[in-house]
Ligand binder design. Sequence first.
Ligand code: CP
Length: 337
Amino acid sequence: MTQLAGRDMTTLKDYDVDDLYMIFDTARQMKLEWKRGQRHPILQDRTLAMFFEIPSTRTSISFETAMTQLGGHGIYLSPGRTWIKIEESWRDAMRVIDRYVDGITARLMEHSVLEQIAEWAKVPVINASDDWEHPCQALTDFFTFFERRRRFEGAKWVAAWGYRESTAPIGLVHSSLYIAPRLGIDYVIAAPKGYEPDPKVLEFAKKEAEVTGAKIEFVDNLEEAVEGADVINIYSYVAPKYFRMALDAYKKTGKYAAPAPHVTNPEKYKHWKVTDEHVDRAKRNVMVMHCMPVARGEECDDSVVDGPRSVMIDEAENRLHVQKAILALLLGGYPGK
Ligand code: CP
């Protein structure tokens, strides 16, 4: 058994540098082996319950495919498929479901609910994104860099906020802040004032950075931030309170909407768009990422999405390989079993 067997992944706050490299090394090895035709029936006869309160293309399909490729099965559970939140509490449901399944992944509106689920369920619980974190995406982004460069220390990683009409949660930035300094990465958040990460997360990251010598910065100037960057990771988000408002609106009207500053006053924010000029200010071999779905023409130009320095589609593919590693390690105890 490895140190990850049986662990939850609701947050990356408690994943240390050894844990992170174990995930990256496992993902790399399993990806290479899979492409050579080797199969990994590590989770034969195992089942993953997959709760999705809100839509997902990549996370839901890659988790379900990951379970298939590992010899097990994923059950996609959308709202209304179970009695949860209709006739039954999460707590009662968890007391039953963890007798059926070997792991749970959930994309919920509130991180606090996910934490409770992790308390109640006796099987590993994996965060598929919520209003606080998106661990699988952050691990995938860093893995996408790792498999090409093999070395994190000293890399300049820019989380570039991009204008878009929608109101996504901040999770990717929080999860990245927990692990970037541990990997020795200089992590720069380029976003308008008012779009700062939660102060507790920022403070935690800065303390971690003191240990490794990494830098953590927030700047409200995109041109300045991308200068000499190794990675430009484009992402649009709102503060958790606006995300919750957007979800409430979605439940009532079917449309995500919240009075976030860039929604009420778009003209003030529309210049937050990554263009080829920004990419040219970065290092020649910069990797341009976006977790997708991408708002073409709003957050960034088409030429950035489709250009030679974009790794967005490889990044999306890597969701599958990284989640296979996470499932194999947490649910299967791979490779120690
Ligand atoms: N990046 C990401 O989480 O994509 P989905 O919302 O499609 O799952």
